[in-house]
Design a protein. Structure first.
Length: 328
């Protein structure tokens, strides 16, 4: 039986670092993923209201489809400033592409944001939103161990009608390959089955990582949405007011085009864990990164890529459920 890595976190993929910064006064935060030296990367956007940075740069046909860091942030459009702080800090440390001798290096820092502006925190920041600062604080805190739940980008998140949060999971494939996922969970859809207690992701759970609850009787997935009236009353049925932000990581030697396929397959994990997903009200986005440490070879490369994509979807489903479970 396959097992999670030693931490059951995305940082079980060697070399990857995660840091959180949370501002309790603002009731928001930032999570930074760091990929030292720049990792092969791609992105797949399927939500109808995304807030993103550097996604076009990661298109496989372009010349800089690598990431040095990624920011997941609250704050909606203001949260995109987190990537500015991370970019400046990384360049000052010499990280990034040396475009011309003697000029500052240019790190590629992707970003994606979720909406938490109406959660009761103090948002009277005027012309100085806190997200640049929070981005630098999260980068400084980046390491192999990090908290889950109501922290970082998950601090102000909601998942349908319940509290959302930051979740992560991993799986060791036993052949040298490791897959991990990280998610900031803020969807309009529900992570729970009709009983309101069992996660849609329950078939993928390992060792009770999000409570161990299984269905006690048949539950039909007939209703297409959770309670629309309650969601409308909370202002959630607005384009851009919800999203699930995710990154999946592997230690394989994937090209940017192969990372794109990995991200596309991982989106299925979002659909396994949230119902409905990819709505006009969400900004669902999945980044995929690969360190290049393990050579997939050529003879069975496509088969191994397909397996990685399937596992990435399962890990993302587990990460989403963990984020909500630990936030509650």
């Amino acid at each position: 039986m396959l097992r999670p890595g030693p931490r059951n976190l995305i940082t079980d993929v060697p070399g990857l670092l995660i840091g959180n910064a949370t501002d309790e006064n603002v009731a928001s935060g930032v999570t930074v993923a760091r990929f030292p030296g720049g990792w092969s990367a791609a992105v797949d956007v399927r939500g109808g209201g995304p807030g993103v940075r550097e996604t076009e740069t990661l298109s496989p046909e372009n010349g800089y489809a690598r990431l040095h860091a990624l920011t997941l942030s609250g704050g909606s459009v203001f949260g995109l400033g987190a990537a500015d702080g991370v970019t400046s800090a990384l360049s000052a440390a010499g990280e990034g592409f040396p475009v011309r001798p003697g000029a500052p290096t240019a790190p590629i820092v992707g970003g994606a944001v979720l909406y938490d502006l109406a959660n009761g925190g103090d948002k009277a920041w005027g012309v100085d939103p806190p997200y640049r600062r929070l981005g630098q604080e999260a980068l400084a805190a980046a390491g192999e161990a990090f908290e889950l739940g109501s922290v970082g980008a998950g601090r102000g998140a909601r998942a349908g009608l319940v509290k959302g949060g930051l979740g992560s999971a991993s799986l060791d494939l036993g052949d040298g390959l490791i897959v991990g996922a990280l998610a900031a969970v803020n969807p309009v859809g529900s992570v729970f089955m009709p009983d309101g207690e069992t996660f849609w992701a329950w078939p993928f759970e390992i060792d009770g990582e999000f409570g161990g609850r299984v269905p006690t009787c048949p539950q039909r997935a007939i209703e297409p949405m959770p309670d629309d009236s309650r969601l409308a009353g909370q202002g959630r049925l607005t384009q851009g007011a919800n999203t699930t932000l995710a990154v999946v990581a592997v230690n394989a030697d994937l090209t940017p085009a192969e990372c794109k396929r990995l991200a596309m397959m991982a989106q299925d994990g979002l659909s396994r864990a949230v119902r409905p997903a990819h709505t006009p009200f969400d900004g669902d986005v999945v980044f995929a990164v690969a360190s290049g440490a393990v050579d997939l070879g050529q003879d069975e490369r496509l088969r191994r890529l397909a397996r990685l994509g399937s596992v990435a979807g399962d890990c993302l489903a587990r990460a989403i459920a963990r984020g909500v479970y630990l936030a509650r």
